[in-house]
Design a protein around this ligand. Structure first.
Ligand code: ZN
Ligand code: ZN
Length: 586
């Protein structure tokens, strides 16, 4: 616990540093480009930003100049001072400076006393805290500029948002910049195109994904594995429609509190809604007949495709889309079954992620917020079950006190990829609201009617997003079991093609995905082509190999492995695939 406390503390310090770097940046911008208006400048997950209102767009040269000016102010080691003024004075002050956006913020947010921070000529309306002087901000870098709206309102002024980052040491900054560089190389949008995995089409609409054969086969492998693991844990599977009468979403409450729904479709005078979630369908199946305690727990899983309206500016490759498939499940159980059921989901999630090579994660437990639905007794029971399940599994976790959603407590698991980046994927969420709205019930051992506990859970989260994470995690070098083409056979000359085809045939018979590259190109060219396509295994066959009934093996990213007996090869490959081995060693 002490260690975790320490981490939270140091994150706070880092936030202060980064927010101070945001002030420093705004200070530099105003010195270089007088007349620019400043918006807001918070610290964010990996750095900070500041929004500016200015007619001319900031160029990369401008960013370099701003950074240089920032260093100048750092060298001058200007004190950062807190000043308290009355609201009236503050409005006057910022009005005189021509900072209309700040005036608007002060009028909106400030009390009678306003805290401002001053460093030299630069003053900002802000609660703080900050570093003591600009000299303390040593290791920073400006990263990019993008568009933003004043107060996030698309009808509001269009601002320019400059992103930067700052750290306490030069080595931390360098590590982070290296990571960004590596992440750029692995960008799933770039690899997705290069490896022919998926695409988008303007004519189709933003955020809708076209899975190409090579992407679809990976998806199929993921889904099959997912299905097998769920069968092992006693899940059953559902299939539900993509649209439903608007009344269904009224009943579930989505029309009231969920704002990412597409507008309804009117058909025969009835309003239908494309589904943003799968939950109500599972409730309807549950309610299709009277349930008994003998049936519980019920574990119903579904690869359910949903559609949500996301603003076009937030769409991002596979990570943020408008149509995606959730590996959803709903668990209906009794109070006694809660803890073991939650434990089962945690184990399942960790097991599945380990297969894909994710072994590090952070776990968060979110507890009861101020406003909640359901009885406090149920909340306590559910929260204790979540906590006990984690503790009994021997897992460390952080508690986000009061951060639960209004309908129930939850566990979130964030997995770390090979670059150390965290991805929120698994969620285990109790829901007292939906259970109530759909009047879920079962007949207990006592012959009385009871309400079951309802758990929503997703392990991978969105299949599309998970695919994007995987592409970057593996840098496109998929392990054998996932690789779209697992092996390519390259005949050296035309007279070796039949032999190559015979190996290909044997691979196919064993369910392997192989190709023969019989193009009239040089062997070196074909090898390079296979490497570019990141095909894990390359078999080269010529006179020598034909005579000895073997092949020369080359492994992607590793190079030549020498001659290998075809039978041995087939056996090993099959074993690697069956075991979902992350790294094939011959
Ligand atoms: Zn501030
Ligand atoms: Zn659900």
């Amino acid at each position: 616990m002490a260690e975790r406390q320490g981490r939270k503390e140091s994150m706070k310090d880092l936030e202060t540093l980064r927010h101070s770097a945001a002030h420093l940046m705004a200070h530099a911008v105003l010195e270089l480009y007088p007349g620019t208006q400043v918006g807001i400048g918070p610290a964010v997950e990996h750095g900070y930003y500041y929004d500016f209102l200015r007619d001319d767009p900031f160029t990369p040269e401008d960013l370099a100049a701003i950074e240089e000016k920032m260093r100048e102010i750092v060298r001058a080691d200007v004190a950062i001072e807190k000043v308290a003024v009355s609201k009236e004075e503050a409005v006057k002050l910022f009005d005189q400076m021509g900072q209309k956006l700040k005036v608007e913020l002060i009028l909106e947010k400030a009390g009678e006393q306003v805290t401002c921070y001053r460093q030299g000529d630069f003053v900002d309306f802000c609660l703080g805290p900050h570093m003591a002087s600009t000299g303390e901000i040593q290791h920073f870098k400006l990263l990019s500029v993008s568009g933003a709206y004043w107060k996030g309102d698309e009808k509001g002024s269009q601002l320019q948002r400059i992103y930067g980052t700052a750290f306490f040491s030069d080595s931390d900054l360098k590590d982070y910049l290296d990571l960004l560089e590596e992440a750029k190389k692995r960008d799933h949008r770039k690899l997705g195109q290069e490896l022919d995995l998926f695409s988008f089409d303007e004519d189709l609409g933003g955020g809708l994904i076209l899975w190409h054969p090579r992407g679809a086969v990976i998806r199929h492998e993921i889904e099959s594995y997912w299905w097998e693991e769920h069968v092992k844990d006693g899940y059953e599977f559902l299939n539900t429609p993509h649209i439903a009468k608007l009344d269904v979403w009224r009943r579930s409450g989505h029309t009231e509190y969920y704002d990412a729904m597409y507008p309804p479709i009117l058909s025969d005078g009835i309003e239908y809604e494309i589904k943003p979630m799968n939950c109500p369908f599972a409730m309807m199946i549950y309610n299709s007949r009277q349930r008994s305690y003998r049936e519980l727990p019920l574990r119903w899983a579904e690869m359910g495709t949903v559609y949500r309206y996301e603003r076009s500016r937030v769409l991002h490759g596979l990570m943020r889309v408008r149509g995606f498939t959730v590996d959803d499940a709903h668990i209906f159980c009794t109070a006694e079954q809660l803890e073991p059921e939650i434990r089962k989901v945690i184990d399942l999630a960790l097991r599945i992620f380990e297969t894909f090579g994710f072994t590090e994660y952070d776990i968060f437990l979110s507890t009861c917020p101020e406003k909640y639905c359901g009885s406090s007794e149920d909340w306590i029971r559910a929260t204790d079950s979540l906590r006990n399940a984690l503790e009994k599994a021997g897992l460390t976790f952080e508690v986000d006190e009061g951060e639960g959603v209004f309908y129930g407590p939850k566990i979130d698991i964030k997995f770390k990829d090979t670059l150390g980046r965290s991805w929120q994927c698994t969620t285990i969420q109790l829901d007292f609201n939906l259970a109530e709205r759909f009047h879920l019930s079962y007949i207990g051992e006592d012959g009385q009617t009871h309400r079951p506990f309802l758990i929503h859970r997703a392990v991978l989260g969105s299949l599309e997003r998970f695919f994007g994470i995987l592409i970057e995690h593996y840098n496109g070098n998929f392990p054998l079991w996932l690789a779209p083409v697992q092996a390519v056979i390259i005949p050296i000359a035309d007279r070796h093609t039949d032999y190559a085809l015979s190996i290909h045939q044997r691979l196919r018979e064993r369910g392997l995905r192989s190709d023969v590259d019989s193009r009239r190109e040089k062997v070196g060219y074909k090898i390079r082509d296979a490497e570019t396509n990141k095909i894990p295994l390359i078999l080269i066959v010529g006179d020598k190999e034909m005579e000895r009934k073997n092949a020369s093996l080359r492994i992607h990213t590793e190079g030549d492995k020498g001659e290998i007996q075809t039978d041995d090869f087939l056996e090993k490959v099959q074993e690697f695939i069956e075991n979902k081995t992350l790294k094939a060693i011959f």
